[in-house]
Write a protein that binds this ligand. Sequence first.
Ligand code: CA
Length: 429
Amino acid sequence: MRLRQIAVATVVLGVLCVPAHAEARDISRDTLPANDGWAAYGTGTTGGSAADDAHVHTVTDRAGLVRALDGGSDTPKIIKVAGTIDANTDDDGHHLDCADYATDGYSLKKYLAAYDPRTWGSAKPSGAQEDARQASAARQAERVTLPVGSNTTIVGLGDSAVLKGVNLQVKNANNVIIRNLDLRDAYDCFPVWQPNTGGLGDWKTSYDNIWLTGATHVWIDHVTASDKGHPDADEPTYFARNYLRHDGLLDITNGSDLVTVSWSRFQDHDKAMLIGNSDSATGDRGKLRVTLHHNQFESVVQRAPRVRFGQVHVYDNRYVVPEGSEYRYSLGVSTESGIYAENNAFHTPGHIEVVDLVKSWNGTALHQTGTLFNGYPVDLLAIYDAYNSGSERDLTADVGWTPTLHGKIDSAATADREVARGAGAGRIP
Ligand code: CA
């Protein structure tokens, strides 16, 4: 009798614990809709939708995720993430912190003493502490960098799937879908000092939440990517520079091509999205074609996105700069970039002006229409050229291409409302 009561209670609890969203349809075999951005080009993007039953995995910890990823194999596979997976764990699932990775005598205190610019100068760090940092960093990378191969779909189950500390790396792979996942805090325990970056030197960190490198046909949809748990603003300053712990939220580099990023949230972060990582990477010419639509960028300092070489369609996105947050710019126009921006809405505090939204380094063109700035229509290009005539060269509106692969383009006001409500993990309708 007693046992039966417990069994009944368990069943009732089990039902109560299932969130309403868990009743939602199975998204794991979805494919990118026709014409939905650059990833729909040619053969489109189907991810692991053709997986046989033996290659459909539900994973709940790092070890299971690693097994399911299968070393980045190209076997069609579907990976469903349930709950929170922490990449910084050992094979038994025990959490590893930075001290667990440190090896060969590395200590931050000794590292700072060794490469203080006032005594070390501006040479690249070398010697015992830099060697020890590299060895320690390799131990962390072995845990947190997870390769995603071709023909793979990774989806979160329900509205609570989290990948914490993970650097998902889609490297030289084709046909990948990543949806409904909260990717947070790709935290680097061992930043390197780069004395010659930007005049003052800077700290360089290793991990993007998602890194597409040589990746083609990728659809990223309804993800949330942030530094949640470890904001860089709370990190100390060393050598007069913020000791950054995070690199990009989603970086797209090294000949990556045909990417659609939709209905996602990028937030609480410095450098959100880099498309093209070098002016000298001329192999990126004709590639880096990316569509960004219905995404929200909130509390992002810069790179939303910053573009080199690529034809990038940026439409129906929502940008929010809260009062008191650090801000540099949103749209970065760099070498040979072709940003085609339509119907994006910006919300900013009073000290940010329209001209601040765009920054150019060696860029030549920006197409923009339908921009809303705190509810008012503005012409980003005309204002940019009017204010920057003394320093940077003027940008022209001719980016050399017109997008044809896209869904319905809403007005900025409509998109603004719908993105606020519907973008991010756990919000697939
Ligand atoms: Ca990066």
